[in-house]
Design a binder for this molecule. Structure first.
Ligand code: F6R
Length: 261
């Protein structure tokens, strides 16, 4: 794992967008794993602004609420259209989200896993992190080898996501269909982005704490190629921060990205 700490939120989101753009430029037919949430909004805005060409890309989103149709503005399908898909050249047939409207969620989950496999697996998976420690919607005690399935959301997550539901946590769907921790770990590269004070404690637990299903995000410690991009606020509770900065300063591969650091 590499931890990259940027002086401010705008640089952390710009660095994430730039990494994504660079991966697409290097491999236009890349398979991307995408996340939603407030943190990613700025990333997608920058990718759109940069005119990145997604025409040969295939995308798989991490999750979708159960019971919200794709045309519901609060669905993640709608989020993706609003923040990315409507503003870039991408073939809608190559964009995928779990089918939270299926009346057989187990079958929908299996189909999602199979579709990812048929696409050759995910090359680059973007991740945010929830205050509950989730990646995707893998709430505490999600098996570290879990695959796509439906999960009940924690009250903390429903509170965190209430913004899109008029501030009413009880209006947030109780369930989501989400890639599993194992599905996420199968991706060839992970980039986790977290910003803001509210994420500081959970980031420290995910990055430096013990590997535990209580904090699903701690599973990133198992991945061979994982970058954690943080702003100063989200990095505030890390204990070995001096070392992460030292690595970053001395790794030549970060040279093209110095203006974000
Ligand atoms: C959303 C997702 C979640 C979010 C996380 C952070 O697709 O998978 O794990 O990334 O809840 O959300 P924000 O950025 O709103 O704090």
């Amino acid at each position: 794992m590499e931890v990259v700490i940027c002086p401010e939120r705008s640089k952390a989101t710009a660095l994430t967008a730039r990494l994504m753009a660079d991966r697409i430029a290097a491999d236009p037919g890349i398979v991307l794993g995408l996340a939603t949430g407030r943190t990613m909004e700025e990333v997608y805005a920058r990718v759109v602004e940069a005119g990145v060409d997604f025409s040969a890309c295939t995308t798989f989103n991490l999750d979708e609420y159960v019971g919200l149709p794709p045309d519901d503005p609060r669905s993640y399908a709608a989020y993706m259209r609003k923040h990315l898909f409507d503003h870039v050249t991408i073939d809608p047939a190559h964009t995928h989200l779990p089918d939270g409207m299926s009346d057989d969620l187990k079958a929908a989950a299996l189909i999602y896993e199979r579709t990812i496999a048929d696409a050759g697996g995910i090359d680059l998976q973007l991740l945010g992190i929830g205050v509950s420690g989730h990646i995707g919607f893998n709430e505490p005690l999600s098996a570290l080898r879990s695959r796509t399935r439906d999960k009940i959301l924690t009250p903390t997550t429903r509170e965190q996501n209430a913004g899109m539901f008029g501030g009413d946590a009880t209006a947030v769907p109780k369930r989501a269909l989400t890639m599993g921790v194992g599905t996420i770990l199968d991706s060839r590269e992970l980039v986790l982005l977290a910003c803001g004070t509210a994420k500081a404690q959970v980031v420290a637990r995910a990055v430096e704490g013990p590997l535990t299903s209580r904090i699903s995000a701690s599973a990133i410690q198992l991945h061979r190629s994982c970058k954690v991009i943080l702003d100063e606020e989200a990095a505030a509770a890390l204990q070995d921060r001096d070392y992460y900065d030292f690595v970053c300063r001395n790794e030549e591969k970060w040279d093209p990205y110095r203006r974000y650091l």
